[in-house]
Design a protein around this ligand. Structure first.
Ligand SMILES: [Zn+2]
Length: 109
């Protein structure tokens, strides 16, 4: 991760952000058993390969079995909105209402 982003600030963003909601805004998610939800990959739109995207909200992780992409909520924003890691964290921080030193800890260079 970029050195100017404080790890505690990134952790705060991830703690405040609902992964499933971020992904659901890009592609509909359905219950997939247990705490798992499934849907169509938002970045590759596999036309005939539905339900390739698996999301585990409790773990804060997602994975696409169609194209192999996956990660946490920041990596989701990076891959679907064509942002840098820093931009993605800062956008999520603003959306999550992070303030004070958490915002200062995420000020990009
Ligand atoms: Zn995919």
């Amino acid at each position: 991760m970029p050195a100017h982003l404080h790890p505690e600030g990134i952790h705060e963003v991830e703690r405040r952000t609902a992964l499933a909601a971020v992904i659901h805004a890009r592609t509909p998610l359905r219950p997939g058993g247990g705490d798992r939800r499934t849907g169509r990959c938002p970045q590759h739109q596999h036309q005939d390969l539905d339900e390739q995207l698996h999301v585990r909200p409790a773990a804060g992780r997602w994975h696409c079995f169609g194209c192999g992409a996956g990660g946490d909520v920041v990596e989701c924003v990076v891959s679907t909105q064509d942002l840098s890691f820093t931009q993605a964290v800062q956008r999520l921080a603003a959306a999550a209402g992070c303030s004070g030193w958490h915002r200062a800890a995420l000020r990009g260079g």
